[in-house]
Design a protein around this ligand. Structure first.
Ligand code: SF4
Ligand code: SF4
Length: 359
């Protein structure tokens, strides 16, 4: 590992298709039934084989990866054969009956699926009802597949609590998030977002990498297509370059380190502390952390100033120390959690999905 390396990636999301039978109003990727962008099986296999040893968890995502079940089963088998932890993110549109959910999940598990992520939001309810998620959670219970449900809801909405109640008889984990104002979500009413004068959140998603059809690979899932040329969170193209090399280089990416430990605000603080704050206009308020992140990382002058700042060995030492402290903190938190809850492997696996790409 390089001297200034980050401590590894959460997972590699492979967006096998951008097509989706749903067309949710909050969808960042603007997926829908008419969208045709997708990977061939060979393209996805290429990523699975070339990423090996640089990452240990692959998440098949989209769009809706279960639209082509045959391809997905082949890809899960291939990823498992290479030794990865394998997960799938889905809206669960296919689980109209309990028996159907059980049959499909059984096939996925036999192929090598380790865990499942399901997205369920009020926005999905324009197309499907909550019973599909319940069918999936119950089938996962029987098949012993760890499952995490990702709910995106506006700040005053208690939908995540409703989902927790719906699934209380299962071991499904429910994680709540706020919408991000990108893609179709740009058109949502402003009350949908968690407004703040200045977002101060760390970003855990920045080490959950994402490859889209055509090979572009981003440091995070979802906002990638809104990153402009030169944005340091665009890590490369895995069709024209070697994916393993891209991942090795990303381990030393100082922007990812700062965003992971301090959030995009850490980048702004570095600019301001070095007299470059004027390069990034400050908004009256922000709808989400990604808005600040893209304002900085899509700004070529700000990137250039930060690159100069990050060349300073003292700054690099501080970044590494902060990463180390974060890692120790997470380790202690996991140990504490295990002591108080006697947490099982299934719980730990489901928690891993919290940081992985959603569909
Ligand atoms: S949010 Fe998910 S389920 Fe909805 S359209 Fe987008 S990819 Fe499909
Ligand atoms: S804050 Fe930045 S790195 Fe994190 S998800 Fe948003 S755009 Fe990606």
């Amino acid at each position: 590992m390089a001297e200034n390396a980050i401590f590894g990636f959460t997972c590699l999301g492979i967006s096998v298709t951008m097509q989706c039978p749903l067309q949710c109003r909050h969808c960042i990727t603007e997926s829908g039934p008419e969208v045709s962008r997708q990977m061939t099986e060979d393209e996805a296999l290429h990523y699975i084989r070339t990423a090996h040893h640089a990452i240990n968890h692959i998440s098949f995502t989209g769009g809706e990866p279960l639209l082509d079940q045959k391809r997905l089963l082949h890809l899960i088998e291939a990823a498992k054969a290479e030794g990865y932890v394998v997960s799938v993110m889905t809206s669960g549109h296919w689980a109209s009956h309990h028996s159907h959910a059980h049959e499909i999940l059984n096939r996925l598990k036999t192929a090598g699926l380790d865990m499942l992520g399901v997205s369920l939001d009020r926005y999905h309810l324009d197309f499907i009802d909550v019973s599909r998620c319940r069918n999936i959670a119950e089938a996962c219970e029987k098949l012993e597949i760890p499952i995490a449900v990702r709910v995106i809801a506006k700040p005053d909405d208690n939908f995540a609590d409703e989902v927790k109640e719906l699934l209380a008889h299962t071991k499904a984990k429910v994680h709540a998030h706020f919408p991000v104002k990108l893609g179709r979500a740009e058109e949502l009413e402003m009350s949908s977002f968690r407004h703040s004068k200045m977002p101060t959140d760390k970003c855990e998603t920045v080490t959950a990498l994402d490859i889209e059809p055509g090979g572009n690979i981003y440091a995070c899932c979802g906002p990638g297509p809104y990153m402009k040329k030169g944005n340091p969170l665009i890590l490369g193209n895995a069709l024209s370059e070697n994916l393993f090399d891209i991942l090795q280089e990303a381990l030393s990416n100082p922007f990812m380190k700062v965003i992971n430990t301090l959030g995009p605000k850490g980048l702004l603080d570095a600019l301001q502390a070095n007299g470059f704050g004027y390069l990034v206009p400050i908004r009256e308020s922000y709808t989400d952390t990604c808005q600040l992140c893209l304002d900085i990382c899509n700004n070529t002058q700000a990137i250039s100033a930060l690159q100069t700042i990050f060349e300073n060995p003292e700054v690099q030492r501080t970044q590494n120390a902060m990463q180390f402290a974060k890692m120790v903190g997470e380790f202690l938190e996991i140990r504490r959690f295990r002591q108080v809850s006697d947490c099982q492997d299934a719980d730990k696996l489901a928690d891993k999905l919290e940081k992985c790409p959603a569909d």
